[in-house]
Design a protein around this ligand. Structure first.
Ligand code: APR
Length: 228
């Protein structure tokens, strides 16, 4: 049985990271067009770099929660195809030990050179005009997918979705494509579950929805799957 799991900001909420669209969320306090678009970066690179520096620094103060650990357990124990697709740019899935995982919106702790394309692990601040460690050009940016840019790893994700027998969406509002459309890419007969505090915008597309916090629902689902 082949499994694909999609996660959104809701899986990291109980670790203390703000989501985007919940009350008090990041997009309740900032405008995406001011911080998460190529135009914003061109217009005010210091503002954009400073915002990502702050979000990157916050990762030191949070830890994976029971939901991240449960998915890492499933990844390690599942003897068939498994892919964890996260929209999150935090490092909590990786720190929980996820292996078969792709970050389709990039990662806070990576920098990408717009000159040579090299991607570098990046833990600290990224001031403007930081030279690329590979080519020396002062053209580093956060390796984050901004609005209007192509998500990453889409060919691998699409192949996994077409083959999936079970698709689980966890903690995502179902408002941003292409991730919100993944449930519609499944073959007929595949089982789809949505785990969320409340029904997402695409809840009606799922064969089953469960309401509750990820730290309760995800470990329970993983035990069900591993028990067979
Ligand atoms: N347990 C489960 N679900 C939760 C929890 C929780 N403890 N807390 C919040 N949620 C759910 C909310 O109900 C909501 O459906 O998580 C979802 C968060 O939705 P968003 O804030 O829209 O986050 P996400 O769906 O990941 O956003 C998608 O939008 O801005 C872009 O690139 C950004 O990757 C992000 C994308």
């Amino acid at each position: 049985m082949r499994i694909v799991v999609l996660t959104g900001a809701g899986i990291s909420a109980e670790s203390g990271l703000a989501t985007f669209r919940d009350p008090g969320g990041l997009w309740q306090r900032h405008r995406p067009q001011d911080l998460a678009t190529p135009e914003a970066f061109a217009r005010d690179p210091d503002l954009v770099l400073g915002w990502y520096d702050a979000r990157r620094a916050q990762l030191a103060d949070v830890a994976p929660n029971a939901a991240h650990h449960a998915l890492a357990r499933l990844d390690a124990a599942w003897p068939h195809d498994f892919l964890l697709v996260t929209q999150n740019v935090d490092d909590l899935h990786a720190r929980a030990g996820a292996r078969r995982m792709v970050q389709m919106h990039g990662a806070l702790k990576q920098a990408r050179c717009e000159g040579c394309g090299a991607v570098h692990e990046w833990a600290g601040p990224m001031p403007r005009a930081t030279p690329c460690p590979a080519c020396g050009a002062a053209r580093l940016r956060p390796n984050i997918v901004w609005f209007g840019e192509m998500p990453m790893h889409m060919r691998r994700i699409e192949a996994a979705l077409e083959a999936a027998d079970v698709f689980v969406a966890i903690g995502t509002s179902g408002t941003v494509y292409p991730a919100a459309g993944f449930v519609e890419a499944l073959r007929p007969g595949a089982r789809s579950l949505e785990l969320n505090l409340e029904p997402s915008a695409v809840a009606h597309r799922f064969s089953e929805t469960r309401q509750g916090p990820a730290t309760t629902l995800v470990p329970a689902l993983v035990e069900e799957l591993l028990r067979g």
